[in-house]
Design a protein around this ligand. Structure first.
Ligand code: S3P
Length: 429
């Protein structure tokens, strides 16, 4: 993929469905009683992996574009799969499905791609084992391929070392089949899509500060789910709109759940000209967000903000190269266990473009503003968010940039380059 400099970005685009919410809608619809209709589903590779896993477990799921119908069979209705459940590149699929499978009475095999095989699973397999599931995998169940046998589960009170919605969700989902109450406490609050959507499916979930609790034995009733646009996808165009000269863009229907809007807080702190309108307030709030070319300054990103923008850090790092002064990103060790080690991949790729960026043990330090130079090859390293960050960088480089591994972008944003072309006045993709 050859990337050319853009003179400006202008226009309005509708952001595709949220990845986290799309996964959950299929999963919860599958274990609910009745027919769940999902609109604005994200047909990205990760969410398609979730559909295929639940089909293998005996659930009838039909997809027409972004409309999905799930014929729920209840948690007890799931049947053993004849083959390995392939989660592809998707951490959310494997970690959440383990929470569900822990409560079944059969054995399942789980595996994914090379990236998944390097990502730690003990953060989920450890609490699920404590609850009564039995899980076997490489290095004491820390790495795929994994075999999970469901069992009679008991509720637990679990203190998670990481603020992770995947860990929290897996434990809460197992808690549905557990005896008594299950409680998860996190160091900071992570995205709460599971809690919100379980309520839409008729389940009682209690939340207090950084703790979520669920009572075992509750059943799910089918619901209609309209997925808002993914703020993590919108972030790439928000950043592009702020740094490409003479730009003014509007992104419609962006999910603005407060556990996800750290990127908006940071953009504001950096001085971005950003405004919100057309707020809708359903279980998952959404809004239209407009941004213009802005005079940005550096900032510090740390602490409770990190889980609220964890997936946006690659694009925020690029933004920081175009901001006056220093940007410090810390408390973000979790970046090391994403689709790639995103501290290493961000620093390696942005350094190629002449950015002043250094890796630290728990984040990175970026000094701006530096012009970005092209005329070289950059790589997504097979990571969708690194690929999109570099595609946005390509809008700023004097010389052409060649992006290797751009196909990874289809994991979360299959129409990314179409949207970029729509907004881009002069880039010929
Ligand atoms: C997700 C949670 C986050 C996020 C991922 C999606 C989810 O991961 O990075 O893209 O849908 O629950 P962690 O739970 O590992 O922080």
């Amino acid at each position: 993929m050859k990337l050319k400099k853009a003179a400006s970005l202008k226009g309005i685009i509708r952001i595709p469905g949220d990845k986290s919410i799309s996964h959950r809608a299929v999963m919860f619809g599958s274990i609910a009683e009745g027919i769940t209709s999902i609109t604005n589903f994200l047909p990205g590779a990760d969410c398609l992996s979730t559909i295929s896993c639940f089909q293998k477990l005996g659930v009838e799921i039909e997809r027409k574009g972004t409309n999905v119908t799930v014929k729920g069979i209840g948690l007890k209705g799931l049947a053993p799969a004849e083959e390995t459940l392939d989660v592809g590149n998707s951490g959310t699929t494997i970690r959440l499905i383990m929470g569900i499978l822990a409560g079944t009475s059969f054995e399942s095999n789980l595996a994914g791609d090379e990236s998944i095989s390097k990502r730690p699973m003990s953060r989920v397999t450890k609490p699920l084992t404590e609850m009564g599931a039995s899980i076997v995998g490489r290095e004491n169940g820390n790495y795929t391929p994994l075999t999970i046998s469901g069992g009679h589960l008991k509720g637990i009170e679990y203190k998670s070392e990481v603020a992770s919605a995947q860990v929290k969700s897996a434990i809460l989902l197992a808690g549905l089949s557990g005896e008594g109450m299950t409680t998860v406490e996190e160091p900071h609050k992570s995205r709460d899509h599971t809690e919100r959507m379980l309520r839409a499916f008729g389940v009682e979930v209690e939340e207090e500060k950084t703790t979520a609790s669920i009572r075992g034995g509750q059943t799910l009733t089918a619901a209609d789910i309209n997925v808002p646009g993914d703020i993590s996808s919108a972030a790439f165009f928000l950043a592009a709109g702020a740094i490409v000269p003479d730009s003014s863009i509007t992104l419609q229907n962006v999910g603005v759940n407060p556990t996800r809007t750290g990127v908006l807080d940071v953009l504001k702190a950096m001085g971005a000209e950003i405004s919100m309108g057309n707020m809708s307030s359903s279980a998952e709030p959404a809004a239209d967000i407009s941004i213009k070319t802005s005079n940005l300054k550096g900032t510090t990103i740390s602490g409770e903000l990190i889980p609220r923008l964890i997936d946006e850090i690659p694009i925020l790092a690029l933004l920081a190269t175009q901001a006056e002064g220093t940007t410090i990103i810390k408390d973000a060790e979790e970046l090391k266990v994403k689709e790639t080690n995103r501290i290493t991949t961000v620093v390696e790729e942005l350094s190629k473009l002449g950015a002043d960026i250094k890796a630290t043990a728990d984040g990175m330090i970026i000094a701006g503003r530096t012009p970005l130079k092209g005329g070289c090859k950059v790589s997504s390293h097979g990571d969708h968010r690194i690929g999109m960050m570099l595609a946005v960088a390509g809008l700023m480089t004097e010389e052409e940039l060649e992006l290797e591994g751009s196909d990874a972008i289809s994991v979360s944003y299959p129409s990314f380059f179409d949207h970029l072309a729509e907004l881009s006045a002069s880039s010929e993709l």
